[in-house]
Design a protein around this ligand. Structure first.
Ligand code: SAM
Length: 239
């Protein structure tokens, strides 16, 4: 996968060199380029913002540098992702959809956001998705891009050492993952559930399924309510 990220704070994306994303890049599974929006300005102050038409507080990102930036990094076939608190909520499903793309381009807004005509023009010549991390407002789109890139990269084939990690984890099948434990078996008087030490794989699988259902019901009843009934077994219903 190729990812181009346009921002006025390229340093903000430094974590994309680290950990498993950094390894995916070194392994050639992911090709990331971070671009400074100000490289597409032409005035001495490298201006990217101006006052909003209609008045009001704050500044709006000007269309000219964004237009030139997208002319350069948003080719036909790519998918432009614009982080925005007014976008569609980012979920694991979105991460899967984006992980299936071969070329993502990210436009990081700042101030009051990007002039709407930039998005309209981009949408007239390619795919554009406005994506929100949640119902709160950040200073800029860079942190959202880090979150999206992390969720997407771990879904790319070959990135995780054990692809089974993706199967049972939270949100993979609409449920939250069960609590997890490691050695020692007793720590500060707290014991790992017996069943997990039993070696009985059938019992362990049933316990994990019941624990995932219980945890989801307690913490995220909305997820349970949205679960496809076809994904529930007779055993689940009696759990
Ligand atoms: N005036 C905008 C509004 O009320 O919708 C908020 C602008 S915000 C201060 C600046 C930039 O941060 C946005 O253009 C967007 O790129 C990013 N941002 C803020 N909150 C976000 C969120 N919840 N999800 C994704 N991106 C967000």
């Amino acid at each position: 996968m190729r990812a181009d990220i346009v921002t006025i704070f390229p340093e903000y994306l430094a974590p994309l060199d680290l950990s498993l994303i950094g390894k995916a890049r070194s392994a050639g599974l992911l090709d990331v380029a971070v671009h400074d929006l100000r490289d597409w300005t032409h005035d001495v102050h490298r201006t990217v913002d101006d006052t909003p038409y209609g008045g009001g507080p704050g500044m709006v990102m000007r269309p000219e540098p964004w237009g030139e930036a997208l002319d350069a990094v948003f080719p036909p076939g790519a998918h432009l992702v614009v982080p925005s608190p007014a976008g569609a909520l980012f979920t694991q499903r979105t991460a899967h959809e984006l992980a299936a793309e071969s070329h993502l381009v990210f436009a990081c807004g700042r101030y009051e956001g990007i002039d709407q005509r930039v998005l309209d023009e981009a949408a007239a010549r390619g795919r554009v998705s406005e994506i929100s991390l949640g119902d709160y407002v950040l200073f800029g789109g860079e942190v959202a891009v880090l979150v999206i890139m992390e969720a997407v990269t771990r879904l790319l084939p070959g990135v995780l050492g054990n692809a089974d990690s993706l199967v049972d984890e939270s949100h993979a099948d609409g449920l939250l993952e069960t609590p997890v434990y490691t050695k020692p078996a007793v720590w500060r008087g707290r014991e790992v559930p017996d069943v997990l030490r039993s070696g009985d794989h059938g019992r362990i699988a049933r316990w994990r399924r019941a624990a995932a259902l219980t945890r989801t019901a307690q913490r995220r009843p909305d997820l349970l309510a949205a679960l496809d009934p076809a994904k529930l077994s007779k055993h689940d219903v009696t759990t």
